[in-house]
Every structure is written in structure tokens, then in C-alpha cells.
Design a protein around this ligand. Structure first.
Ligand SMILES: [Mg+2]
Length: 135
């Protein structure tokens, strides 16, 4: 079995792919398999959480230093990349299922975060916005 080349196979344009290109490719993968019937909002939200847990499992019981050391290994890094991709792809499918355009939702959330975490209050600390004391 050979690794598919998504650009060659027409699933994706040649790099750089846009967010819309990636969402379309993920939806096409789903539709070619007739899997939308299983993709209820509840199931997709669970899938996001399950894939996030798989990502966390890669780091479970390791110190930060051990994680950094392990990520220097190409195979380990590739496995982590796969779990991150799983999380993002299921999030894309959930957004599609709900009719949410991530090209709108992500900038809107980023703008909300900009308001909650002004640079002059948040830079260099990890406090929650409710504890920044900005008024
Ligand atoms: Mg996974």
C-alpha cells in the first residue's frame, strides 16, 4: 500500500492549502465513505474529545523534559502530529455539521480573546482573564 498524495490525487490543491481547502478535503473524505450519516453533533463532539484524549495519552506520566526529548524522535513526533490532525479534522467536521464557517468563527473568537487578554495585562503571565485586574 502506498501513501496517498492528496494533491496528486486531486483531494487538495498543491501547498499552501487554505483553511477552506482543508475543510473541503476532510468533508470529501467523509462523503466518499458515506459517513455523514454517523456524524451527529453529539458524536462529533465526542470524537473531538476522544482524539484530544489520545493526544494527551502520548504525554501521560511524562515530565515536560521527557516530552521534549521524545518529540525529537521523528516517529514519536509524527504520531503526535497525527493526533493533533485528528482533533482538528473532527472539529472541522463538527463545524461543518453545524453550519459554522471556521473562517468566521476563528477570527471572532480571536477578537474576543484579544478583548479578554489585552497584551499590556496578559503578556508573560498565564492568569485567567478574570484575574488580570484590568477593570
Ligand atoms: Mg487518533
Amino acid at each position: 500500500m502506498t501513501t496517498p498524495d492528496l494533491a496528486r490525487d486531486g483531494l487538495l490543491p498543491a501547498k499552501p492549502a487554505t483553511l477552506a481547502d482543508l475543510v473541503a478535503a476532510v468533508c470529501r473524505f467523509r462523503d466518499e465513505r458515506d459517513w455523514a450519516q454517523f456524524h451527529t453533533a453529539k458524536n462529533l463532539a465526542a470524537a473531538v474529545a476522544i482524539e484530544a484524549a489520545e493526544l494527551q495519552e502520548r504525554f501521560l506520566w511524562k515530565t515536560d523534559a521527557e516530552v521534549e526529548r521524545d518529540l525529537a524522535d521523528a516517529a514519536t513526533r509524527a504520531g503526535v502530529a497525527e493526533e493533533i490532525a485528528d482533533v482538528v479534522m473532527f472539529a472541522m467536521l463538527l463545524a461543518d455539521r453545524l453550519g459554522i464557517d471556521l473562517a468566521d468563527a476563528i477570527p471572532a473568537k480571536l477578537a474576543a480573546n484579544e478583548r479578554k487578554y489585552p497584551v499590556e495585562l496578559a503578556r508573560g503571565n498565564a492568569r485567567k482573564y478574570t484575574e488580570l485586574g484590568g477593570g
